[in-house]
Design a protein around this ligand. Structure first.
Ligand code: FAD
Length: 470
């Protein structure tokens, strides 16, 4: 398919990057052109795998000179098809996977510099090796890469305490659309010298520049963690318990996850080694993590809290993880939830957020929407209720006819409700290719105009991930 590309571009890439960094074999290319859910398949004539920042810069300079569109790809675990090319057969995939070095680590200074292709799990391990914590944590952490995490401004299970990916960055190194390298790789905590340029590239999904390395914030490691698994009657009680836990433990509440009862049943049915943790079946479950950096004493505080909430009638059943194995089981269940739910039937997925107090209202409206539009479907939300973010998934009957039409109708109605409640149509997964139309029609016109102007300034020829975001 390289006939779709200027020959001078292909030759230039081979010269600059080396033969083994340029993939032309269609079979090998195919693994880069299909999205994580295997629902979106694009086409690409070439995959580039540079091993250094200079290599990325050389590839982008050649792309700019020949007008070749580039799609940066990290772990390809993004859920909105932002890392795969479109169907034109003109877009070249640029994989960052070979930029996989930890360049520096400073435990006492609490920072680390990693290249874009280091997996999130390896960043976490490097931090742990220096007795520090890198708190970003997602179900895909073994595969996703830090460059992808920053480009999607990933969230995950620890946002409540540590913030989204953007809050964990001190500096970036970025290859710009003309191939120049912007060196913003600083580890300063304080730097008020004009616009905070690094933030432009975080969450930009590869549309404004290509991140090649990042200076990341590290934190003290919690020495004692307590994990609670609670059964509650309603989302209202879940939100009330969040407030009560925050009153009592403040910033020590690291995660506060809500799971619909159907999600737990799906996990027990479909995940190997999973078992029922609470005897009582209840409509909703909470998975809560509270952690501090002192060596002991938190357990007694958490027990007192548990006693209080049982006495107040706020929990129907509940337990504190008694061992690391039990804690790991609970988190594996949570982090494999998408996998488990996939087995239940075709899913209309939404990743939305609303102000925390309005979560019960969103769920009530969601139930009414499903009952009205698709009575055979089941709303099974789960997610980071502590951040107001739910993966608002609707499982459709296996034999649903015309799935795309049904999914779109449901998604449309859910997003209308989210907007009514002052929420966001994409809480942590970004826009990619799949939500671009939603962004265009649902964001205020001035927001879109400013985004388009930024794109024009930073990528005037439109070669960086065209078709993503704006
Ligand atoms: P990719 O999918 O490869 O790329 C994502 C986007 O960034 C694309 O637009 C791509 O072009 C661009 N990009 C990639 N690398 C660069 C770079 N170096 N420079 C510029 N642009 C680049 N997300 C959450 O936020 N929270 C979760 O809890 C969560 N849980 C998940 C659980 C599972 C099981 C799965 C499969 C996904 C989950 N995700 C979650 C979504 C996904 O893992 C994240 O969006 C992740 O940050 C994507 O990283 P990646 O390396 O796979 O990026």
């Amino acid at each position: 398919m390289t006939e779709r590309l200027p020959q001078a571009f292909v030759t230039g890439c081979v010269q600059a990057l080396g033969r083994d960094a340029v993939i032309e074999d269609p079979v090998a290319i195919r693994t880069y052109t299909i999205d994580f859910w295997r629902q979106v398949e694009g086409r690409s004539p070439l995959v580039l795998r540079p091993a250094s920042t200079e290599g990325v810069a050389a590839a982008v300079r050649l792309a700019a000179a020949h007008g070749v569109p580039i799609v940066p790809q990290a772990g390809n675990t993004g859920l909105l098809a932002g890392a795969v090319p479109d169907r034109s057969g003109r877009q070249v995939v640029l994989s960052l996977a070979r930029l996989d070095r930890i360049r520096a680590i400073d435990g006492p200074g609490e920072c680390l510099v990693a290249e874009a292709g280091v997996t999130l799990a390896d960043v976490q391990a490097a931090a742990a090796g220096a007795d520090r914590l890198f708190p970003l944590s997602l179900g895909s952490e073994g595969t996703c890469q830090i460059g992808g995490n920053l480009s999607t401004n990933a969230g995950g299970i620890n946002v409540l305490r540590y913030g989204m990916a953007r809050e964990l960055v001190l500096g970036l190194e970025v290859v710009l659309a003309d191939g120049r390298v912007w060196n913003g790789l600083r580890t300063l905590r304080k730097d008020n010298t004009g616009y905070d340029l690094k933030q432009l590239f975080i969450g930009a999904e590869g549309s404004l520049g290509i991140i090649t390395a990042a200076a990341l914030r590290l934190f003290s490691r919690p020495r004692e963690s307590q994990t609670l698994f609670l059964g509650v009657d309603s989302p209202e009680t879940a939100v009330a318990l969040l407030a009560r836990a925050k009153d009592r433990f403040a910033e020590l509440v690291t995660s506060f996850e809500l799971l619909h009862g159907g999600c737990i049943e799906a996990a027990i049915a479909h995940l190997p080694g999973m078992r029922r943790v609470l005897e009582t079946r209840v409509p909703w479950y909470l998975l809560v993590e509270i952690a501090w950096s002192l060596p002991e004493g938190l357990g007694a505080q958490v027990d007192a809290f548990l006693e209080e909430i049982f006495e107040a009638g706020q929990v129907l059943d509940g337990t504190r993880a008694e061992s690391e194995a039990q804690r790991a089981l609970l988190w594996r269940m949570r982090e494999s939830m998408s996998e488990a739910m996939k087995e239940e039937g075709p899913i209309a997925r939404n990743d939305v957020s609303v102000p925390i107090a309005r979560i019960p209202e969103l769920i009530a409206r969601g139930l009414a929407i499903v009952a009205g539009l698709e009575p055979g479907a089941r709303l099974m939300p789960f997610g980071h209720v502590g951040d107001g973010n739910l993966h608002f998934n609707i499982v459709l009957p296996r034999n649903v006819s015309d799935f795309p039409r049904v999914r779109d109708r449901l998604q449309h109605a859910i997003l209308d409700a989210v907007q009514d409640l002052g929420g966001s149509i994409s809480a942590e997964h970004g826009i990619g290719r799949l939500k671009r139309e939603q962004l265009r029609t649902r964001k205020p016109a001035l927001d879109i105009e400013l985004m388009a102007k930024l794109k024009q300034v930073l990528d005037p020829s439109g070669i960086l991930n065209p078709g993503v975001i704006v």
